[in-house]
Design a protein around this ligand. Structure first.
Ligand code: CP
Length: 307
């Protein structure tokens, strides 16, 4: 039963609960007309202390497509946060006006803190370099849709694996599926933290800096951006930016049925020359993000019994 739960980390939900969400997302994709009014009278609050396009818009589109409404801010300085209001007081206030809240924050742990003071479900929409669980739901639904099964795949994760919260969440979630192999592709400075790989006790994995060497064995390639906003030093960012560029030349060594995912936004790590390759599914992935968030909202508000 997911009603009333918070989603702070991807493994807050059991595999069965995740499957319930994916099955509902499949149904929404197939029969959208069945869900047009299911959240009528309900309000989603979007609290974005950090910029976003996909996560905020897909949550807002999700709620509007379910017949509900949306309030919130995309710029904290337009709220009383600018006067020094705490996260605890903000979420307690937002809970007076809305039924479910989505929070993105630059500080690790901020949505978890909010959930402790909240009387409505809080969804973590990305906290610093920590976790991004609804991106993970998006990624898992995309993998499940294209590969038919989430288990039994070799996945390469490429780019900023140190600060990349989408990578951290996805690896954590995939570690619960069987027969996965992980290939971590990054410059030495941006290697995956050991607290993530420590969880891979039942899985094979290795680290490399060579995308060219890794690509032939992959079923899934998860590209990520080198994130300027996570660097303290602009020189270091400029040195590492452009380290990986996936283009036709590299893609020709990949399997015909490999899929390329990217949480987006991209800068230059995927050349636009591969956008029309059938393996490039990152814009469909963004669309799956809306459907899976529709399913998540329905489940957290009570499934078939949203009153
Ligand atoms: N994938 C993702 O989180 O994108 P936004 O930063 O645009 O929300």
């Amino acid at each position: 039963m997911l009603k009333g739960k918070h989603l702070i980390e991807p493994n807050d939900f059991t595999l069965n609960e995740l499957e319930e969400i994916f099955t509902l997302a499949d149904s929404i994709i197939k029969y959208p007309e069945k869900y047009l009014d299911i959240c009528k009278g309900k309000l989603l609050a979007t609290l974005f202390y950090e910029p976003s396009t996909r996560t905020r818009f897909s949550f807002e589109a999700a709620m509007l497509r379910l017949g509900g409404q949306v309030i919130g801010f995309s710029e904290p300085n337009s709220s009383s946060v600018s006067k020094g209001e705490s996260i605890a007081d903000t979420i307690r206030t937002v809970g007076c006006y809305s039924d479910i809240a989505v929070m993105r924050h630059p500080k690790e742990g901020a949505p978890k803190l909010a959930s402790k003071y909240s009387n409505i479900p809080v969804i973590n929409a990305g906290d610093g370099g920590h976790q991004h669980p609804t991106q993970t739901l998006t990624d898992l639904l995309t993998i499940r849709s294209y590969k038919k099964t989430i288990s039994n795949n070799v996945i390469g994760l490429c780019g900023d694996l140190k600060f990349g919260r989408t990578v951290h969440s996805l690896v954590k979630a995939l570690s619960r599926y069987s027969n996965m192999k992980f290939v971590f592709i990054s410059p030495p400075e941006l290697e995956i933290p050991s607290y993530i790989t420590d969880e891979l006790i039942h899985h094979e994995y290795y680290q490399t800096s060579s995308l060219e060497e890794a690509i032939p064995e992959l079923d899934i390639l998860y590209m990520t951006r080198i994130q300027r906003e996570r660097f303290f030093n602009e020189e270091e960012y400029l040195r590492l930016k452009g380290y990986y560029i996936l283009d036709n030349n590299k893609l020709q060594h990949a399997k015909e049925d490999m899929i390329v995912l990217h949480p987006l936004p991209r800068v230059d790590e995927i050349s636009s020359e591969i956008d029309n390759d059938k393996r490039s599914v990152y814009f469909n992935q963004a669309k799956y993000g809306m459907f899976v968030r529709m399913a998540l909202i329905i489940k957290l508000l009570g499934g078939d019994n949203i009153a």
